[in-house]
Design a protein around this ligand. Structure first.
Ligand code: F6R
Length: 624
């Protein structure tokens, strides 16, 4: 959602730090941007509707002395995208940036209006600025003013505040969306994602919920909401600043698609045994541990896995589709029931979970509000929780009992690509370990699966050749008014993912379907303007999928099929045929999704859309 950058220091011009940081955070929200920075003893506030470039143009000739400043990129929740709704919001001496939602905003708005306060925006954020300004008039201390207002706010939100009376102070509070403190030499950063300040520091403190921070030239002090000073660990980040650059690619998304040969290998590597023939999930790097009551890893992993009699996977969007692939694998190999659910549904049901259930949450960002609420619900029911995240130390990662990592480096393109294939790799590795613990997977099958996973990087390189193919073919694809993606078995979630990529990037109607469902309704959609993307690799359901393909062909659909190797049969039935290497069916999904990512990318490009920042979307969905 929104991106936040706060800065206090004399090492750099705050304007430059804020703009550079916002550029890295623009993927989080891009409907308006703004900054409020000290210039002498005055705070100057500049805001602009639209992408960051409009703010940049407005401030390009300005110089600020600092030392304090705050900046923001917005993804609208309350109030339409406009300059007046852009952050920072000002009330009297207070300037504030905010990420998240204030749920009791109606009540506060009525109260402030009754007191005669004039509001200049439709946002819930401005209300908080007014409450803090009012409290500041009493306390004459920014920290105390912020602290005194917190009990009257409901919701999940993070704020960073500066006050006209003191250019040497930033105060921040987190309860929900991430806020991270970057510790530099003589300068401090408060950011919603480390990507925003990686070029200045690699040392970070992760705030937990309901913590308040006071930053002054004397240092950073962190308090509980009750006002007790806390000692927090400083973490050193291993990501270097250039991992959030495009490295010669036109778009982050294209770079991330191309990184998949490497990122899949990185996801697998920590879990390979010494001989690289099998999986040893526990005790590896950031491997899988149960923590005992003293927070020490316990070597009881295999036994604990063996006791699990049910797996529930919960996630949103692309991560949810990865979970569906996981379900097929886990049930097939471990013979343990596995269900997969969208987090926004799971959290509002009263799900029945037994003590031997393993709850797996999947989240690239580790900050998705619904997934976080789901894991909290699962924990409250006393089950063990395992997270698969990309961002280490993200909220979901920190809340889970057991941690696995996608290991794919920062994903900046709003549409998820490499995180999906890394998740599938991690789910495969988990499934191998779990099935072994359940005495369901023999050594030979494990070795074959691992061989398949090890061969992936070179096969991904082959599939990436579709970059050129779709770059050429995208003009012809523009004529279709809709896309139906179909597959059976483990290809069904890949069909769903292909359709999601298509709709979020091209804004065309696209749906994913189990191919066997066509007769039950969707066949009515078929005409010659509809493209059917049929996923039919040579797996155990191949014959059935081909007969579904014939049904849609008979009704006049244009067919793009994807199969294994040189499949003459599929070629003859299709208008376009895409080949993926012939491999074991359990790595097929990883290879099959890549041409679909490239198809959506190039079609969106040729339609003239912004691929890295599709309309109405944001990368990290930290509000419901
Ligand atoms: C689609 C996409 C989203 C995310 C979803 C969950 O391309 O990126 O559907 O997958 O918002 O995000 P995470 O994995 O960060 O919880």
């Amino acid at each position: 959602m929104c991106g936040i950058v706060g800065y206090l220091g004399s090492e750099h011009d705050p304007k430059d730090v804020i703009l550079a940081g916002l550029e890295k955070l623009e993927y989080r929200g891009y409907d308006s941007a703004g900054m409020a920075v000290f210039n002498g003893n005055q705070i100057e506030r500049i805001r602009a509707q639209g992408k960051l470039i409009y703010l940049k143009n407005k401030v390009q000739d300005k110089k600020f002395t600092g030392p304090a400043g705050i900046g923001h990129t917005r993804w609208a929740t309350h109030g339409k995208p406009s300059e007046s709704n852009a952050h920072p919001h000002q009330a009297g001496v207070i300037h504030l940036v905010h990420n998240g939602i204030i749920e009791n905003d109606d009540h506060i708005r009525k109260q402030l209006k009754a007191e005669g306060v004039t509001l200049t925006s439709d946002t819930d954020s401005e209300l908080v600025a007014h409450l803090i300004n009012r409290a500041y008039a009493v306390h004459k201390d920014l920290f105390l003013a912020v602290k005194s207002v917190l009990p009257s706010l409901k919701g999940a939100f993070s704020i960073v505040v500066i006050c006209q009376d003191n250019p040497q102070e930033l105060v921040a509070f987190k309860d929900g969306p991430p806020l991270i403190i970057g510790i530099g030499q003589g300068e401090t950063f408060i950011v919603s994602d480390v990507a925003a300040s990686l070029q200045y520091t690699d040392k970070y403190i992760y705030l937990d919920d309901r913590e308040i921070v006071k930053v002054t030239p004397q240092g950073v002090k962190i308090f509980s909401q009750a006002g007790i000073e806390l000692r927090k660990e400083i973490n050193q980040i291993s990501w270097s600043a250039d991992v959030v650059e495009k490295r010669g690619f036109s778009h982050f998304m294209l770079k991330e698609i191309h990184e998949q040969a490497q990122s899949v290998a990185q996801a697998l590597e920590p879990h390979l045994n010494e001989q690289r023939t099998g999986i040893t999930l526990a005790h590896q790097l950031d491997g899988l541990h149960f923590l005992n009551h003293n927070n020490q890893p316990e070597i009881v992993f295999e036994k604990a896995l063996n006791d699990i009699d049910r797996v529930i996977i919960v996630a949103c969007g692309t991560s949810y589709y990865a979970g569906l692939v996981g379900q097929y694998m886990i049930e097939k190999f471990s013979k343990t029931p596995c269900s997969v659910e969208v987090a926004s549904e799971f959290r509002y049901r009263d799900p029945v979970v037994s003590k031997n259930t393993l709850f797996i949450s999947i989240s690239q960002s580790g900050e998705t509000a619904d997934t976080l609420a789901a894991i909290r619900l699962a924990k409250s029911k006393g089950v063990k929780t395992l997270s698969i995240c990309n961002v280490k130390n993200s909220t979901i990662d920190r809340e889970a009992d057991i941690h696995l990592y996608m290991n794919c480096g920062p994903e900046i393109g709003v549409a998820s690509t490499k995180a999906f294939t890394s998740t599938l790799t991690v789910l495969s590795v988990f499934c191998i370990e779990f099935s072994k613990a359940k005495k369901q997977l023999d050594l030979k099958s494990e070795q074959q699966w691992v061989e398949g996973l090890l061969a992936l990087p070179s096969q991904i390189e082959v599939v990436l050749a579709y970059d050129k193919y779709f770059s050429d073919a995208s003009d012809a694809l523009k004529k279709y008014h809709g896309f139906l993606f179909m597959g059976r078995g483990v290809m069904y979630p890949i069909a769903l993912e292909g359709a999601l990529k298509m709709k979020e990037l091209t804004y065309l109607h696209a749906e994913g379907y189990p191919a066997g469902e066509m007769k039950h309704g969707p066949l009515a959609l078929i005409d010659e303007d509809m493209a059917v993307v049929m996923l039919a690799p040579r797996d155990e359901l191949y014959e059935k999928t081909v007969s579904n393909l014939q049904e849609v062909k008979a009704r006049g659909a244009k067919i793009i099929s994807l199969g294994s190797g040189d499949d003459e049969n599929l070629k003859s039935l299709s208008d376009r045929y895409l080949a993926i290497p012939k491999v074991s069916s359990w790595v097929d999904p990883i290879l099959a999704v890549i041409p679909l990512q490239l198809m959506a990318f190039h079609l969106a490009q040729s339609l003239g859309y912004d691929v890295d920042q599709p309309r109405n979307l944001a990368k990290s969905v930290t509000v419901e």
